[in-house]
Write a protein that binds this ligand. Structure first.
Ligand code: HEM
Ligand code: HEM
Length: 184
């Protein structure tokens, strides 16, 4: 497997970004049931207390991934299918990127706007403040609605991957996995 992408398959760096971030994003979705530190459900007690740390880590990862993706875009695989299907796939990926960027930013706006302290895996970034920033809270209120759009997109994306693999029998899923069944 190559480090970089090629027109036939994604390389090791893109695979690492895709699957690490997919796992972390699914962990973030565990906040959906209102389990943010409610202290009652095991999900609220285990995964969700890491929400801010994982969210900030995802902000770092998506910034690096965007740079990587822009550097690779001339040499990465094209979506399969006719032109309209290719555009749909590309539009879907663009929306996924938009959500990956907007989710951590709006999350930050809630925390900063409400004057909470902010830490990244124990490293204090901001101390608690009294003053509220109403514009930041207002923008931050889009965090939950965008998360619903994000979940819908991920479900559609998963459906598309399975459709390509099991119905179209093309290499869409294989080129985003270990590539053990494919060639370079
Ligand atoms: C890709 C990153 C992120 C994802 C996918 C994500 C996802 C979610 C989801 C699904 C919810 C529950 C929404 C609901 O109640 O319907 C939520 C709530 C919340 N998240 Fe995030 N989040 C991310 C990053 C962050 C970051 C970086 C912060 C803070 C710095 C943050 C702070 C919060 C807070 C305070 C809530 C509860 C308030 C609210 O629901 O508006 N999130 N998040
Ligand atoms: C959970 C969050 C996920 C996000 C945010 C996400 C995002 C993306 C993005 C942006 C791409 C375009 C390539 C790139 O720039 O990296 C992509 C490609 C791909 N993803 Fe995901 N993905 C997620 C989960 C999944 C899952 C669960 C599967 C399947 C089981 C999957 C299968 C694929 C496949 C097969 C491709 C290659 C598509 C092609 O070559 O046209 N993804 N994903």
């Amino acid at each position: 497997m190559t480090f970089h992408d090629t027109p036939r398959r994604y390389g090791a760096v893109s695979l690492l970004f895709h699957w690490t971030m997919a796992l972390l994003i699914i962990a973030q979705f565990m906040a959906l049931g209102g389990y943010i530190n409610d202290g009652e459900h095991w999900i609220g007690n285990t995964i969700v207390p890491w929400h801010v740390d994982i969210g900030l880590l995802l902000l770092v990862l998506v910034s690096l991934r965007l740079l990587w993706m822009l550097g690779q875009r001339e040499q990465r695989p094209e979506p399969h299918g006719h032109r309209p299907m290719q555009l749909l796939a590309k539009g879907g990926h663009l929306l996924l990127y938009t959500c990956m960027v907007l989710m951590p930013l709006t999350g930050l706006l809630i925390m900063v706007g409400e004057g909470h302290s902010l830490a990244f895996f124990g490293f204090q970034l901001l101390a608690e403040r009294d003053a509220e920033m109403s514009w930041a809270i207002l923008l931050g209120e889009s965090h939950a609605p965008i998360s619903w759009l994000f979940v819908a997109l991920v479900i559609g994306h998963l459906g598309a991957a399975l459709y390509h693999h099991f119905i179209k029998h093309d290499d869409t899923l294989v080129r985003m996995t270990s590539g053990r069944f494919g060639t370079n």
